[in-house]
Ligand binder design. Structure first.
Ligand SMILES: Nc1ncnc2c1ncn2[C@@H]1O[C@H](COP(=O)(O)OP(=O)(O)O)[C@@H](O)[C@H]1O
Ligand code: SF4
Ligand SMILES: [Mg+2]
Length: 332
């Protein structure tokens, strides 16, 4: 068993849109995920987070690039083999109200994945035992199996969603904004549950969230996306405390729930995120970047490593951690 469970290299995904145009939702994405690790994925709406999630769930086939899962290219598999492989990556959705079928009992919802994956828990008794086990694992009671989604609170519903994701014993769970529909007090409970499950079961998470304080709390490493690319990634502490890319610094400075001391001066970004139909030349962040120079418009930015923290790097011509650069907390 290799420690590196998932390896994504230079993955591109386009969608055809009206008028013969193509939209580059993912434009050269590379990332690694180790067993038992949580990778936080942050970035503004439309930057490609859900498309990346769907690619990792093997629901979208990349146009180019490679995905290697436990040494295997899942997209080389066909039919039954691909289906069997899909078991290994599961999903927890944002909205625990919309994502559970209100006409099914909690027990049936949790057992539903076994209808597709028929080789798991073949006898009815096995399935009932396993549903009870899963309910217990997520902090619900055995008798909750017979209740319906509308009889549960938001936090309890998300626990049912998590139990359903666990039903196939996945290696990875992709959590797309899993707590943003919940009250703050309930958010903490669900995050603690996800953390306990990781400790017990050794699952890896890809944790997508726009809420930086949540990501800081749960992620071992963080990848920051902008217009279809990961523009900075590294250990969580490093990305939060010493951002190297101007966009990351701006995101961090705008996070309302972070301690003022960490936030530094607020950096106000000008303009809107450009359309992925027609991204800027050179560095795609240049239309909003206060450090942009001519080269940023003509050449794709190089990888700029953090001189002090290995595994932490950004894509930028004028990184914030370069020698002689203005300190990280730059005001607009
Ligand atoms: N099936 C699709 N067809 C066309 N465009 C799509 C499709 N899915 C996503 N997109 C576009 O790809 C970009 C990235 O979308 P998405 O991955 O949902 O971003 P995020 O989850 O970060 O908000 C957006 O511009 C979106 O409109
Ligand atoms: S490459 Fe240039 S435009 Fe892009 S983030 Fe760096 S300084 Fe800004
Ligand atoms: Mg999304």
């Amino acid at each position: 068993m290799s420690d590196r469970l998932l390896e994504v290299r230079d993955v591109t995904k386009t969608f055809p849109v009206a008028g013969k145009n193509t939209l580059r939702a993912l434009d050269g994405i590379s990332l690694d995920l180790a067993r038992g690790e949580t990778l936080g994925l942050v970035g503004e709406s439309g930057c490609g987070k859900s498309t990346l999630a769907r690619t990792l769930l093997m629901l979208e086939r990349p146009d180019s690039g490679t995905v290697t899962f436990d040494g295997i290219d899942p997209f080389s598999l066909r039919n039954k083999d691909l289906l069997a492989f899909r078991r290994r990556v599961q999903m927890v959705f944002q909205d625990p109200y919309a994502s559970l079928n209100s006409r099914m009992s909690a027990g049936d919802i949790i057992a539903e994945p076994w209808r597709t994956h028929k080789t798991l828990y073949k006898s009815r008794r096995d399935r009932e035992m396993r549903v009870r086990g899963l309910l217990d694992l997520v902090g619900l009671r055995a008798r909750d199996a017979d209740r319906y989604p509308q009889e549960f609170s938001g936090g309890q519903r998300q626990r049912i969603g998590i139990a359903r994701a666990l039903a196939l014993n996945p290696d990875v769970i992709v959590c797309d904004e899993p707590v943003s529909a919940l009250d703050l007090s309930v958010q903490a409970q669900v995050l603690n549950l996800l953390n306990d499950l990781q400790q017990q079961l050794g699952i890896s998470y890809i944790f997508i969230s726009h809420d930086l304080s949540v990501v800081r709390h749960v992620a071992d490493r963080v990848a920051v996306m902008y217009l279809g690319r990961i523009i900075e990634n590294g250990p969580t502490e490093a990305v939060f405390d010493r951002p190297n890319h101007p966009y990351t610094a701006a995101l961090m400075s705008a996070a309302p729930k972070l301690e003022a001391a960490q936030r530094g001066n607020r950096i106000l970004l000008k303009g809107e995120v450009p359309s992925p139909l027609n991204p800027p030349s050179g560095c795609r962040f240049r239309t909003r970047c206060w450090r942009a120079t001519d080269i940023c418009a003509t050449q794709a930015p190089p990888v700029a490593p953090d001189p002090q923290v290995s595994g932490h790097s950004a894509e930028c011509h004028h990184p914030l951690l370069a020698e002689g650069a203005i300190p990280v907390t730059v005001s607009a």
